[in-house]
Write a protein that binds this ligand. Structure first.
Ligand code: ARG
Length: 466
């Protein structure tokens, strides 16, 4: 007979390669803490419901506590032949306290057990990740305050379009992250479901108390269908969807930091602590953190798509395929936890080249829309004003000058509505100040926006786990 915990109906040992191939232990060791926590709640409930005796429950709990300490101290004897973290802990328990340890798995299957562990683990990490997203939002908001007076070109098609406040530009990222946090609320709600009691798939005949376990473990709700409980990984997918959007946002921010720190833009200098050098070119200072952050987006999208593909053809209920949910989940969590503080640091320490940003606005046609708006205010339909200013831009480009270099006489040649007050609208640094609409880039509007951002920071979407 095979030595395995499930070895009763096997006459031969498992092939070594099969053992290695099917084991999840190398990666699901991470669930050890949750596995013990879930078992402790389960065993307490079994005794409460008189499925096992109080004495048995005490022995099992004491054994589990010892195991918890062994794991914490790094002294737990992990054994690959035992397949996964669940079997490792159960076997160790039996080793420690004898056959009564075998009662732990009463009214439970690894199928609902692994689901429980995953729910618990993700709930905890959601809270941690949200704190890090908040941290980055705070840095963006602080930077917005710091650079309140700084103006730079806003772009469309990566062509200079209209001047904006740097604060306004940075706050755009603040709101992306706010939506990411809002999405976390949905992820959290669907992760906050308690699967235990589903057994292998059909529930259990033992008179257990699922509500008690849920309450004990801090779950907001229970799965209402045992078959769904053991085969659902939607909550992991939703986390991947959230993570993919967040990574896409970080990647766009990366791209701007990379562009801005190039000599061509020359808008910022990233801090020495957040850049690396070249092994051959002594002058180089490379934005590798931003580049790697941009690249890591690929692996997060990859994990999302991999799990969607794993799940798409699976019949109910548990299939071993589901074991493939873990590495991508852990890697996504690690990636986010590594990257978010790095981005906070980059934003906090970057040096803004106010002058260069200002020059880029001044030496450009970023005030063209405002010139057209000027004519509109004097009664001209916008479409005509657009055409008039377009012709003025062509003229300036031919002469190698800018709109603000034109004198009134030259302007009048393009349209009779131009008068002396035109100088005011042409000051490129001031045109941003005119866009006072709610959500616009005028300093007063940005000030309002910062107040809203301050309030938004106070909303927390996921709950802290004990
Ligand atoms: N290691 C397995 C997983 O991660 C645990 C559940 C195993 N269940 C089973 N019936 N083989 O999915």
């Amino acid at each position: 007979m095979s030595e395995k915990l499930w070895g009763g109906r096997f006459q031969k040992d498992t092939d070594k390669l099969v053992e290695k191939f099917t084991a999840s232990l190398p990666f699901d060791q991470r669930l050890a803490e949750e596995d013990v926590k879930g078992s402790l709640a389960h065993v307490e409930m079994l005794a409460r419901c008189s499925v096992i005796s109080a004495e048995e429950a005490e022995k099992i709990s004491a054994g589990l506590e010892e195991i918890r300490k062994e794991i914490e101290r790094g002294e737990f004897p992990f054994d690959l032949a035992l397949e996964d973290i669940h079997m490792n802990i159960e076997q160790r328990l039996i080793e420690k306290i004898g056959s009564v340890g075998g009662k732990l798995h009463t009214a439970r299957s690894r199928n609902d057990q692994v689901a429980l562990d995953l729910h618990l683990y993700l709930k905890r990490e959601l809270y941690n990740i949200e704190q890090l997203v908040l941290g980055l939002q705070e840095q963006l908001l602080k930077a917005a305050h710091r650079y309140k007076g700084v103006v730079l070109p806003g772009y469309t098609h990566l062509q200079r379009a209209q001047p904006v406040l740097l604060a306004h530009h940075l706050l755009a990222y603040f709101w992306m992250l706010q939506r990411d946090r809002e999405r976390m609320q949905g992820v959290f709600a669907r992760t906050d479901l308690m699967p235990l009691g589903a057994g292998a798939l059909a529930g259990t005949g033992f008179p257990i108390d699922r509500e008690y376990v849920a309450e004990k473990l801090g779950f907001g709700a229970l799965y209402e269908n045992s078959m769904d409980a053991v085969s659902d990984r939607d909550f992991v997918l939703e986390f991947f969807a959230f993570a993919s959007l967040l990574m896409m946002h970080l990647s766009r921010l990366s791209e701007e930091l990379i562009l801005w720190s190039s000599s061509e833009f020359d808008f910022i200098e990233l801090d020495d602590a957040y850049t690396t050098g070249s092994s051959i070119m002594p002058q180089k200072k490379n934005p590798d953190v931003a580049e790697l952050g941009r690249a890591k987006t690929g692996r997060v999208y990859g994990h999302f798509f991999a799990l969607l593909t794993v799940l798409k053809g699976l019949p109910l209920t548990y299939n071993r395929d589901l074991q493939e949910d873990k590495e991508g989940l852990f890697d996504t969590i690690d990636t986010l936890k590594m990257l978010l503080p790095l981005y906070s640091g980059m934003i906090e320490t970057m040096r803004v080249k106010e002058k260069q940003m200002g020059n880029a606005v001044r030496k450009d046609f970023a005030n063209a829309t405002d010139l057209a708006d000027y004519l509109v205010r004097k009664g001209l339909p916008f479409r005509e004003a657009h055409r008039v200013v377009g012709a003025m831009v062509v003229y300036c480009q031919e002469q190698g000058i800018l709109l603000q270099d034109l004198d009134l006489e030259q302007c009048e040649r393009f349209h009779a509505l131009f008068t002396e007050d035109i100088k005011e609208v042409l000051d490129p640094l001031r045109v941003a100040h005119a866009r006072k609409v709610r959500g616009g880039t005028a300093p007063c509007a940005v000030e309002e926006q910062m107040k809203k951002a301050e309030q938004a920071l106070r909303l927390i979407m996921s709950k802290r786990e004990e």
